[in-house]
Structure formats: C-alpha cells, structure tokens
Design a protein around this ligand. Structure first.
Ligand code: SF4
Length: 356
C-alpha cells in the first residue's frame, strides 16, 4: 500500500480542532443509542441531512425502539419512508430490526463484523455505528470520506476500482485516531458535507488545506476521477392512469423483488415492435372497463440497473369498479404522499391538476 505523504495524526488533530468550532448540531449527535445512530446512518445513505431530519423524527415517534420497528408491518415502514427514495433501505431497515430483536435479543451488536450481518449495513455503516455508538476505533469510507481521501492524496485512479478501494480503506484506517473516534468520525463526515463538497470545494476554509495534495497541485476540481458508467438496458412500459371521481387506481408491488412494497399505476411491458396503446387495451380488459385513452406523454427514469421509458395513458370511468386486494383509489394530493417508485412519482406530475 502507498503511504500518505503526511503524518496521519495531523489530519485527526486538525479535524478535531475544526469540529470543535464548526461541527453541526444534528438530532442524532446528542445520543449514543445505537438504534438512533443506525437509523440516521441508513437514512443518510444517498440523502442529505436536510432531507433526513423530518423523517428521522417521524420514525422515532412511530418506532421509539428497535422492538417497535421490528413489530411493525413492512408496508407501514415503506409508507413512512415515502419520499426519501432508495426504498431498498426501508426494506433492509425493517429486516435488520427483526434480526436485532430475534438474533441479538434486542441489543445491537458492537463489532464491525457482527454489525455487517444486518441487512443494509455495509462495512462503512458498520464502522460508523461502532465508532459513534460504541467509541470503537473503526474506520468509515462513505462517499464523503472517499472524496476527501482521493483529494488529500491526489489519487489518480477511479475511486471505485478494486485497487483504489483497498488503498482508500488502508488510508481511512490509518487516519482514524485511537482517541476521540466519535468526534473524528463526525468531523470527517461534516468536512465532506460542508467544505470538501463534490463541486467547488471550499479549500480556503478547509482545515486540511496545508496537507492536501489535490490543493497543492490545483486538482481539487478534477478529483476524484470520474467513474465510467456501465451501459444499462432500456425497458419500455405503459401505465394506465385509471380515474374515477377524482381518484386514481394504484397497486402495491409484491413485498419482495424489484421495487418491492412500492406503489405504482397498473403497468404493462411494451415490446420493441409493439404499440403502447394496444398493450394498455389489454389492461383495460383485465379491469373490465373501456373508453378512449388519453395520452399523457412519456416519462424517462433511470433505476440502478435499467432505464425505464414509461408511456402514460389516462382513462376516466364512472362505473363502480371492484379493486383487487392490493389496489387502492387515491386523490392527486394523496398520490403525492404515497410511496410510489420513481417513474410513477413523476407520472403523478403529468396528471392535469383539474383532473381534465
Ligand atoms: Fe478538499 Fe480542498 Fe480541503 Fe483538499 S483542501 S480536502 S480539496 S476542501
């Protein structure tokens, strides 16, 4: 492994001094309760602090302990997560709560290895929980820390390559101090969130600027190197926005599998050589309704493994309609609050407000 070109202790010393002055007051920082810390860490993956605070507080009101969360139906957890995105986190959160209760007698494990057994807890999240709740000398390497380390060392490799990954973990572990691990962990997270930000890092205010190789080389805007994204396939689907009395029919996807537990409008796949409207006619037959379809245009949405091209068709009906057990009728206002998955959330925005 390549060694850092400065003493590791200098980084912790500067960060801790800076954190004493500039550290943020956040709700989950006042506690050492591993349940609350775990909850905040899962919510903060892929999401900003500002977006998380309200959800964090609502979750604690509904599920004050890990036992409450484990005992809740998965659908309740997903519905409470609505709007926070990356719903696999909500499903894993629920599964992990069950595991803590059933396999660990309700007490969070303290070692990084055991914490990683919990669904949705990778090495970095396990390190964060161990450091923040149990003051263990455990390193983290989340997106913020990865960026800081790439810049500090002027690493000229894509940071997600396996060689870079090993190197970055090596540095992350070296930099983690023996003492004040809790504050150090919070400090490096804060630096990434507020100073060493992805675009236009604020090097003038950075406590590490005297050590930073990217800063010295004028490369702070270029690093980390961009990862080449893999090509992803495109799927074509058509959705039926069936309206009755100002309410729209949606259904919940099965709990397991792709986008499990999330809501969507009735949808059908569309082959390359098929017309979307003709395919939606098949859906109308399933619901035993008919009428003239109104096209509401196309939605494009990128999921982690594919792009979705979703054509929207609306139909107003008046006849009473017997919904399946997993279906429900919701007003536009209610749809905006519902845990619809990405493309269907966008579809709600395409519905004319008047319902016409
Ligand atoms: Fe990031 Fe700039 Fe600080 Fe380097 S000096 S760690 S690039 S903010």
């Amino acid at each position: 492994m390549v060694e850092l070109p400065f003493p590791a202790a200098d980084v912790a010393e500067r960060l801790l001094e800076w954190y004493g002055r500039e550290g943020r007051e956040l709700p989950w920082r006042k506690t050492r309760d591993p349940y609350r810390i775990w909850l905040s860490e899962i919510m903060l993956q892929q999401t900003t602090v500002a977006a998380v605070i309200g959800y964090y507080q609502r979750f604690l009101q509904n599920f004050p302990t890990v036992e409450h969360l484990a005992a809740a139906p998965q659908e309740t957890v997903i519905d409470l997560w609505a709007g926070l995105g990356y719903y696999a986190r909500a499903r894993n959160l629920h599964a992990a709560a069950k595991m803590v209760v059933e396999d660990f007698d309700g007490a969070f494990p303290q070692s990084v290895d055991e914490l990683q057994q919990l669904p949705g807890v990778g090495r970095s999240t396990a390190g964060a929980i161990a450091a923040l709740a149990f003051e263990q000398r455990a390193a983290i390497l989340d997106g913020n820390v990865r960026r800081i380390l790439c810049r500090l060392s002027a690493l000229q490799q894509p940071p997600r390559s396996s060689a870079a990954e090993k190197q970055l973990w090596y540095w992350a572990e070296q930099l983690t101090p023996m003492q004040q691990v809790h504050d150090y962990t919070q400090a490096i997270m804060d630096l990434g969130a507020t100073v060493c930000v992805p675009r236009q890092p604020m090097c003038q205010s950075c406590p590490l600027q005297g050590l930073c190789q990217a800063r010295a080389l004028g490369l702070e805007q270029q690093l980390p190197l961009k990862q080449k994204s893999k090509p992803v396939p495109t799927r074509r689907e058509a959705a039926l926005l069936l309206e009755r009395d100002g309410r729209y029919l949606v259904r919940r996807r099965p709990a397991s599998g792709l986008l499990g537990g999330l809501w969507e409008f009735p949808t059908i796949s569309v082959g390359d050589d098929e017309g979307a409207a003709e395919r939606v006619e098949l859906l109308l037959q399933d619901f035993a309704v008919s009428g003239e379809l109104q096209s509401l245009g196309v939605i494009h949405h990128v999921y982690s493994h594919f792009r979705l091209e979703l054509q929207l068709f609306r139909l107003s009906i008046h006849e009473p309609h017997v919904a399946e057990s997993r279906n429900g009728w919701y007003s536009l206002m209610e749809l905006k609050e519902l845990a619809l998955h990405g493309a269907h959330k966008k579809a709600v925005g395409k519905i004319p407000a008047s319902g016409e």
